[in-house]
Design a protein around this ligand. Structure first.
Ligand code: AMP
Length: 218
């Protein structure tokens, strides 16, 4: 199947993280989430983390240069030789262009757009809870969210600061303004496939797997 570089696009709360975790396991390629990388930097208190903490909390985008650099460094690691599932990157035209430069000839093979109406993502985001240690994703009624304890790793389950109403609004605005135009960027390159992401996670996974397996029959 060659180097399998997949971009997963979709509004915040469309299910990118959930689907990328499953697909990464199925195809044995790393899940590269710039949001997870930035949150880890904030948590670790690195210089980058200190620079971006307030931006993340407000739900704004961090600079293209910084994110492009993080992704370039990530692609230099050996596990990305087999491919990668890109979650939350690219998010702007400048990032999509930078990604083409980073990857060169052997570029993005497919862009999956997880299509979910804005009312549903807003509802999902306000109910979302996450494990601060392993990133497992829950909803507010799951026992892990009620007890505050992750059943995967025992870490604390919390609401992300940017899943509060104010930040949700600015993140969805940033999506419409900066990221939605990337659908055309990938459509123009014949790489775009849209999948109905409003269904149950298992059904969405099955739909994406069907597309990947059909296009890249091993
Ligand atoms: P996410 O987990 O993908 O929703 O990302 C969380 C936050 O990290 C975003 O609201 C941005 O502040 C920042 N972020 C993540 N990926 C990017 C990116 N590709 N470009 C700019 N900012 C990003």
């Amino acid at each position: 199947m060659g180097r399998l570089i997949l971009v997963v696009l979709g509004k915040q709360g469309a299910g990118k993280g959930t689907q990328c975790k499953r697909l990464a396991e199925r195809y044995s390629i790393p899940h590269v989430s710039t949001g997870d990388m930035l949150r880890a930097a904030v948590k670790a208190g690195t210089p980058v983390g200190r620079d971006v903490a307030a931006v993340l909390e407000a739900g704004e985008l961090v600079s293209d240069d910084l994110v492009n650099r993080l992704v370039e460094e990530r692609f230099a690691q050996s596990d990305a030789a087999a491919g990668a599932l890109l979650d939350g990157f690219p998010r702007t035209f400048a990032q999509a262009e930078a990604l083409e430069t980073i990857l060169g000839e052997d570029g993005v093979k497919l862009c999956v757009n997880l299509d979910v109406p804005v009312e549903l993502v807003a509802q999902r985001l306000s109910a979302r809870r996450v494990c601060v240690e392993c990133g497992a994703i829950y909803t507010d009624t799951d026992p892990e969210a009620v007890s505050g304890r992750c059943s995967v790793c025992g870490g604390s389950v919390v609401q992300r600061a940017d899943d509060r109403p104010e930040a949700i609004r600015s993140r969805l605005e940033a999506y419409e303004r900066d990221t939605a135009p990337l659908l055309d960027f990938y459509r123009d390159r014949d790489l775009l496939v849209s999948v109905d992401g409003a269904r149950a996670p298992d059904e969405v996974t099955a739909a994406i797997v069907a597309v990947i397996d059909e296009r890249f029959a091993s």
